[in-house]
Design a protein around this ligand. Structure first.
Ligand code: FES
Length: 111
């Protein structure tokens, strides 16, 4: 069973946390199951970018990304080369480390 380490985030998860995951589930599913308030404004339909995360370890063990994910990711705050939409990134067999960016482009919470 792979593990997902969520690195500390000063608002959402100050201490960071590590959880067991099932191969085949998304990063967002692991977060929500463990009560991490990772935003997901479009309810996981690959349309909002609020679930953006940066995969610091194990990036290439995740499922590939679609052109649509790529387009939506372009709107994310703090985009990096190892960015993914957590609702689209499916976990494989390998442990991963995930950073939740400090901000997201959620009109409702940002304004
Ligand atoms: Fe909207 Fe992931 S929840 S893109």
């Amino acid at each position: 069973m792979p593990k997902v380490l969520f690195l500390p985030h000063k608002i959402i998860l100050p201490q960071g946390a590590e959880f067991q995951a099932e191969e085949g589930e998304t990063i967002l599913t692991v977060a929500l199951r463990n009560h991490i308030k990772l935003e997901h404004a479009c309810e996981q339909s690959c349309a909002c970018s609020t679930c953006h995360c940066i995969v610091r370890k194990g990036f290439f063990s995740l499922s590939g990304w679609s052109e649509k994910e790529d387009d939506i990711l372009d709107k994310a705050w703090g985009l990096e080369s190892e960015s993914r939409l957590s609702c689209q990134a499916i976990i494989g067999k390998v442990d991963i480390e995930v950073e939740i960016p400090l901000y997201s482009l959620n009109y409702i919470t940002d304004h």
